[in-house]
Write a protein of this length. Structure first.
Lengths: 103, 431
């Protein structure tokens, strides 16, 4: 079966520190939820170039959510950027929905 | 045989290759598939080369600013943007940075294992910046032997990660209401000051989160956009002063063309921001595979340690304080800049406001101030962050200036503290 990878963008102001934390959290949360690594890829990006990435899902903090919401891409908002459980709870339903639509 | 050894030594003297090898070891240790190891290693090396290319763009844009401030105000100004400084410095300091970058982190993990300071510092960009700073100051003036330099710089840098995290710990409890994370960011001097001032003068019941902050200011939260806009203002100001003193022909010579100084100001500011964008891409690629590997390693050595994280992790706890701290920090920084101009070099170099530092440090100081002292704490935290880091960057620049990274310096309070202290010590040992 052909696998289409679901692309996730972890967005913060500069795309350096907290974006990378979110990326690691997303990877861990999805693996914990039982998804294999080949089904998704996570990229860190800054707020100014985020829209050029065209991911399937944005994951970011509440500060940047508004600036990303005008695209037709779902935005997952997390408060504690280091909390894998919170990331998982918010992200997994959105991720599963896209996975279902594709299969 | 000699040529093989020479090849190996030449190869390892390149910071980009060395960091690439660190990333490769990390990827292998995590048991990644072959393709991911190749891709991660190559991307890390490319990130380093992109960093250098971005530095070229930024330098070409800020070189005229030096000439303009000298002609217009008779003063040398310096711009505190860590990313620019690192990008310029890595070419001059070479592989020592690579060794210090890796060794200082592992040293801090070992210290966390055997001391009560159970913190893991996970802000890769700040590990890189602090390594460059200590190597830069110690390497040029005090320690000439590369091995000694690597050892001394790694020890100082490694200890700085833990102490910086440790001082933030009590205030992070007040900010997050939990006990899981601490601050892994070299703005802690400002954050703790903000928290302390809030405690002394504020009232935490009058929180920043109960007031309304105007929506249109939101664009200032994009660091690249804010940099472009504010730098244009500074280029316009410096160009105008230079035109008043020397006339349009001489200003044209500084910009190396005969176009209007208004247009030149605009293009220089935009080119500057574009170069920062390139550098950010480079740093992002350098860290993408190394930081997860560092984290995996540290979690095995010091299980249960608190993670020391990048400053924006506290932004969601007080979004209004973020904007308030940003603005009051700029006010503090601009006031000190005028003071530095008035003192004519007596209190260090003239520091041009950098929106990246004002945003991240000003905002975080205000979040700390708000947690202990509400609105008043946030305003004081932001304002004094601007004052303190601008003063420290000015004195640190005097030490860094000898390195010949003209017009560029470090920003964050912690870098200013370390830079000023090391410059002072270095001066004692320099005949």
């Amino acid at each position: 079966m052909y696998i289409k990878v679901i692309k996730i963008a972890a967005v913060c102001g500069m795309g350096l520190g907290s974006g990378l934390l979110v990326r690691m959290g997303v990877e861990r949360a999805l693996k914990k939820a039982g998804y294999e690594e080949k089904y998704f890829s996570v990229e860190t990006t800054d707020i100014s170039t985020a829209k050029a990435v065209w991911p399937d899902i944005f994951v970011t903090s509440s500060e940047f959510a508004k600036q990303l919401q005008d695209q037709k891409v779902p935005v997952v908002v997390v408060k504690n950027l280091f909390d894998e459980k919170e990331i998982g709870t918010a992200l997994v339903p959105v991720f599963q929905k896209i996975l279902d639509e594709r299969s | 045989m000699d040529s093989v050894i020479k090849f190996a030594v030449d190869l390892l003297s390149k910071a980009s290759i060395l960091i690439g090898i660190v990333a490769m070891i990390g990827l292998i240790a995590q048991g990644k598939p072959f393709g991911a190891i190749v891709a991660g290693t190559v991307k890390t090396i490319l990130g380093f080369l992109i960093l250098g290319a971005g530095a070229g763009v930024v330098v070409s844009a800020i070189v005229p600013l030096g000439g303009l401030t000298e002609l217009g105000f008779g003063l040398q100004g310096a711009l505190p943007v860590n990313e620019v400084f690192v990008a310029i410095a890595q070419e001059k300091l070479g592989s020592v940075i690579g060794y210090v970058f890796a060794i200082s982190f592992f040293l801090s993990v070992l210290l966390a294992r055997f001391t009560p300071l159970k913190y893991i510092f996970l802000s890769g960009h700040h590990i890189l910046f602090m390594s460059v700073l200590t190597v830069g100051i110690l390497g040029i003036s005090v320690i000439t032997d590369p091995t000694t330099l690597v050892i001394v710089a790694s020890i100082i840098t490694g200890i700085s990660f833990l102490t910086s995290a440790w001082v933030s710990d009590p205030y992070m409890k007040a900010v997050t209401g939990g006990d899981d994370i601490v601050m892994g960011h070299f703005g802690c001097g400002s954050y703790v000051l903000g928290g302390y001032l809030g405690l002394l003068f504020g009232d935490k019941k009058k929180s920043t989160e109960e007031v309304n902050v105007p929506e249109w200011l939101g664009f200032m939260k994009e660091p690249l956009v804010a940099m472009a806009v504010v730098m244009w203002l500074f280029f316009l100001l410096a160009s105008f002063a230079a035109v008043m003193v020397g006339g349009t022909t001489r200003v044209g010579e500084i910009y190396a063309n005969n176009q209007s100084w208004v247009l030149n100001s605009l293009m220089s500011a935009l080119t500057f921001a574009a170069g920062i964008g390139v550098i950010l891409l480079g740093v992002r690629m350098i860290l993408a595979d190394i930081v997860p590997a560092f984290r995996g390693f540290a979690e095995k050595i010091v299980p249960g340690a608190k993670a020391a994280l990048d400053c924006p992790v506290v932004f969601p706890y007080a979004p209004n304080a973020v904007l308030i701290g940003y603005l009051t920090s700029i006010v503090g920084g601009v006031l000190v800049m005028f003071l530095q101009i008035a003192m004519n070099g007596a209190i260090g170099a003239v520091i041009i406001p950098s929106m990246i530092i004002h945003f991240f440090l000003g905002a975080t100081s205000a979040v700390f101030g708000n947690a202990t002292g509400g609105m008043k704490g946030a305003v004081l935290g932001g304002f004094f962050n601007g004052v303190v880091f601008t003063l420290l960057a000015g004195t640190a620049y005097v030490g860094l200036g000898q390195l010949g990274f003209s017009n560029s310096t470090f920003g964050d309070t912690g870098f200013g503290m370390m830079g000023s202290a090391l410059s002072f010590v270095a001066a004692l040992f320099t005949p």
